[in-house]
Design a protein. Structure first.
Length: 216
């Protein structure tokens, strides 16, 4: 489990590729960062964000990708992953994911441009009742429950406009990766993923963010 209260937050040093590293290793994890083209905050749109994460968490993806943790921010995606089968190269799997999610982006872009409307999270969310709150907070913090973006107030959330969806590319051409070297490195990267939405000011606690998840 990630340690949310570790301070100061670690700095992460990303490289494009590590010379001589075996990206087909089933015993290694990498911290991957995919950035949206021109850093447009297009994942502020809820249907697109859900579609991208549904692809990441699909049985087809997880059959080959060992996914440990992820968080989707408005303009980038962080995740910890490796390969399940040495016949696959991690960069190839990421390439397939980028290609498929780009098709999802094209479909959603057509919808947004046709109707001229982006679907953003609500800025007016009612709090749960007094008796419900302790149980809900316990379930959220333990990871046994998650919030939907429709029912959580995301502060400082970017107000992306339909014009941002006129571009053809979803992702930047290259991705950034960092090979996890030991247990301390793993914990630091889990902390980084968990606290990313908090540092951005979207939520006050990591378990309130609807686009973060941790897997075994």
């Amino acid at each position: 489990m990630p340690h949310f209260d570790d301070l100061p937050y670690p700095r992460r040093y990303n490289t494009l590729r590590l010379l001589g590293y075996d990206y087909t290793s089933t015993r290694k994890l990498c911290a991957i960062t995919l950035v949206s083209d021109l850093r447009r905050p297009i994942f502020a749109d809820m249907p697109l964000a859900k579609a991208v994460l549904a692809s990441l968490l699909s049985s087809e993806t997880l059959a080959n990708l060992h996914l440990r943790a992820f968080t989707l921010m408005p303009d980038h995606l962080h995740f910890l992953a490796g390969v399940r089968n040495s016949e696959f190269d991690l960069s190839d799997l990421i390439g397939r994911f980028k290609s498929f999610t780009t098709q999802l982006y094209w479909k959603r872009s057509h919808e947004i441009l046709e109707f001229g409307k982006v679907s953003l999270p609500s800025q007016c969310v009612g709090k749960s009742r007094g008796k419900e709150s302790p149980k809900l907070l316990s379930a959220l913090s333990s990871g046994t429950a998650t919030l939907r973006p429709e029912v959580v107030e995301l502060k400082k959330w970017p107000c992306v406009r339909p014009e941002s969806f006129m571009k053809k590319n979803l992702w930047q051409g290259r991705f950034f990766d960092h090979v996890i070297r030991n247990d301390i490195d793993l914990r630091e990267n889990l902390d980084y993923i968990a606290m990313n939405p908090v540092r951005a000011g979207f939520v006050t606690r990591p378990w309130f963010y609807p686009y973060t998840g941790f897997l075994d």
